[in-house]
Design a binder for this molecule. Structure first.
Ligand code: DGP
Length: 120
């Protein structure tokens, strides 16, 4: 069940400020409040989807295309496409998802290391 009081829903309603990077009819992107790389942008659908699982099952083809086109454009416009970058979508408890509104992280601006850390 989608929680309409999650922090990204509040950002979408303008109740909490964000540093906007991109917006179109279906997508909002903004800087992560706790950046893990010199570039750390969150790309979110405007629709109420909890996770990638929810988004892939219920979003329209237009919403899905818009999100991925936006992510690619943002990375390119931020100058990340040439040296490379990483996209990440934490999903559910084992995925470490903290905010229950589907989002894609874009990280860039430094070598990003291993894809997944091994357990200690
Ligand atoms: P995840 O673990 O994938 O659910 O990542 C959630 C991200 O959201 C995390 O990197 C920090 C970011 N975040 C949490 N609250 C806020 C906020 O109020 N504003 C912004 N810009 N980012 C936030």
């Amino acid at each position: 069940m989608y929680d309409p009081d999650n922090i990204f829903a509040k950002i979408l309603r303008g109740e909490i400020p964000c540093k906007k990077v991109y917006e179109d009819d279906h997508v909002l992107a903004f800087d992560d409040v706790n950046p893990q790389a010199p570039v750390h942008v969150l790309v979110i659908p405007k629709g109420a989807y909890v996770s990638l699982d929810d988004f892939a099952a219920k979003a329209s083809d237009g919403e899905i295309a818009a999100l991925f086109r936006a992510a690619g454009k943002i990375a390119r416009d931020l100058g990340a496409a040439e040296k490379g970058y990483r996209i990440l979508a934490n999903t559910g408890a084992d995925g470490g998802q903290e905010v229950p509104h589907f989002h894609i992280h874009i990280f860039a601006g430094r070598p990003l290391g291993r894809m997944v850390a091994r357990p200690e």
